[in-house]
Design a protein around this ligand. Structure first.
Ligand code: MN
Length: 224
């Protein structure tokens, strides 16, 4: 193939214990999937239907140092449990599509999100932000074991800010996958960020964030 200029590199994630990397296709994100976080954002939880937004796979970065993006005075952390799909979703057995899991940070320009919400506009400039999908290495599903009440945490400069259990999701992982598969033809390489527990808040240059989930490698971010 002859291109006018070099294409961007294929975004990918390392897999614990494997030499080959996981090539990332799309990044889907679930909104308001923990009741306490929905409440802190001023929303009632409903079970009418989950809702989604997306981030470009080119906004994926690994753990390390990354800049605070421009035009925000309220850059927020959201720690999330991330699904990595290895095959198309079978609605009768959605979990069979999951190749592995990771801890991720859905970094958010909250001030731009609030302005968008107020005007009924899209969230793209708040959520689909360069270096805003910070995701750690994948652990294969069979190594992680069954989804239960694993603890998900986020600390900033060593102080615990967010804490939740996977069992507290409003929409469970299989429910999210089954629903998302009615909207999109999910494919190997797709990631799903499954929402954040309560305790989100602002961070800035020099802050050191660490997201953890029992059974997974942590993800660390230093903001520059
Ligand atoms: Mn989120």
């Amino acid at each position: 193939m002859d291109y006018l200029f070099d294409p961007r590199p294929q975004p990918s994630l390392p897999v614990r214990g494997a030499a080959a990397r996981f090539p990332v296709g799309r990044i889907f994100c679930v909104g308001r999937n923990y009741a306490a976080h929905a409440a802190e954002m001023g929303n009632e939880v409903d079970r009418e239907a989950p809702f989604y937004f997306t981030k470009s796979a080119h906004h994926l970065v690994g753990p390390g140092s990354h800049p605070v993006p421009p035009r925000t005075g309220d850059y927020h952390h959201e720690v999330e449990f991330v699904l990595a799909l290895g095959r198309a979703v079978d609605p009768a057995d959605p979990m069979a599509s999951v190749l592995g899991y990771a801890v991720g940070l859905d970094m958010t320009r909250r001030d731009l999100q609030a302005a968008a919400k107020a005007k009924g506009r899209p969230w793209s400039t708040a959520k689909d932000v360069e270096a805003s999908a910070v995701i750690g290495p994948l652990t294969r599903a069979e190594d992680f074991g069954a989804l239960a009440d694993q603890r998900l945490t986020l600390s900033v400069n060593g102080t615990l800010r967010q804490e939740g259990r996977l069992s507290e999701m409003v929409w469970s992982v299989p429910e999210v996958l089954a629903d998302l598969a009615t909207l999109y033809t999910l494919a190997p390489g797709d990631l799903v960020m499954t929402g954040t527990p309560s305790g989100v808040g602002p961070v800035g240059r020099g802050d050191v964030l660490e997201g953890t989930c029992e059974g997974l490698d942590p993800v660390a971010l230093t903001l520059t």
